[in-house]
Ligand binder design. Structure first.
Ligand code: PEP
Length: 245
């Protein structure tokens, strides 16, 4: 059973049309030095279609950062999964801690979004992770297991998806868990995932991954790639992470 690693860049609420130059540079560099994994860029929704256009024919996949749980309807400002697929996305990040924290997304809402993404043919990257208080209270593994139980619907047992372990306290802070802590968290997540889909889903690590720490993190046996925020905005930094695998 082989698990194909995935390294995905989450641009968050950053980027305008001018930023597509970074995507072009990354595609050119990967054409010269092909990656040993799948590579994705997840720009803001406003750039999806343009990025799909400029990356046409390249090896880089395009992902969105969220979707609604319904296919269409009166939900002003929201974007449905089929719309993201229509704009060129093949992946979607769901349940990112910034969505859970700032938009109050619950596990049940994340699970509904996962189902919507699957129906639209998008591969979900489902994010889970503990807060600093939960880690300090020794609740990390329990929190992760409970988030997986609530956010990963049973239908994923036969589907292609990825999970990202992202400790909330490591996102954008420059802090990272120890290599042992990452390995333990990933093992607990693997054990909680359903079916054959769960056996082959890459489990990404996310939280302050940079070119200089990517090598040691990506070497951990249970780590199947990375979800990268800040360091994915510059092609040269993101390339350094991709080539560390
Ligand atoms: C993220 O946004 O998912 C993330 C991991 O951010 P950063 O790499 O900036 O910590």
């Amino acid at each position: 059973m082989t698990i194909r690693p995935l390294i995905a860049g989450n641009w968050k609420m950053n980027g305008t049309a001018a930023s597509l130059d970074e995507a072009k540079q990354l595609a050119a560099a990967l054409a010269e030095s092909p990656a040993a994994c799948d590579v994705a860029l997840c720009p803001p929704a406003t750039l999806l279609a343009q990025m799909a256009w400029v990356l046409k024919g390249s090896a880089i996949l395009i992902g969105a950062q969220d979707c609604h749980g319904k296919d269409s309807g009166a939900y002003t400002g929201d974007i449905a999964a089929p719309m993201l697929a229509d704009a060129g996305a093949s992946l979607v990040i769901l349940g990112h801690s910034e969505r859970r924290t700032y938009h109050g997304e619950t596990d049940a809402e994340v699970a509904a979004k996962v189902e919507a993404a699957l129906w639209a043919g998008l591969k979900p990257i489902i994010c889970v992770g503990e807060t600093l208080e939960q880690r300090q209270a020794d609740q990390t593994l329990q929190v992760l297991t409970s988030q997986i139980a609530g956010s990963v619907p049973a239908s994923l047992a036969d589907a292609a998806f990825a999970v990202a372990y992202e400790p909330c306290w490591a996102i954008g802070t420059g802090l990272t868990p120890t290599l042992d802590q990452i390995a333990q968290a990933h093992a607990a997540i693997r054990a909680a995932l359903p079916g054959q889909g769960g056996a082959v889903a890459p489990i990404l690590y996310g939280g302050s991954v940079k070119p200089d720490n990517a090598g040691e993190i990506l070497k951990i046996a249970q780590v199947g790639g990375a979800l990268v925020g800040g360091a994915s905005l510059k092609a040269s930094d993101f390339l350094g992470i991709i080539l560390a695998l």
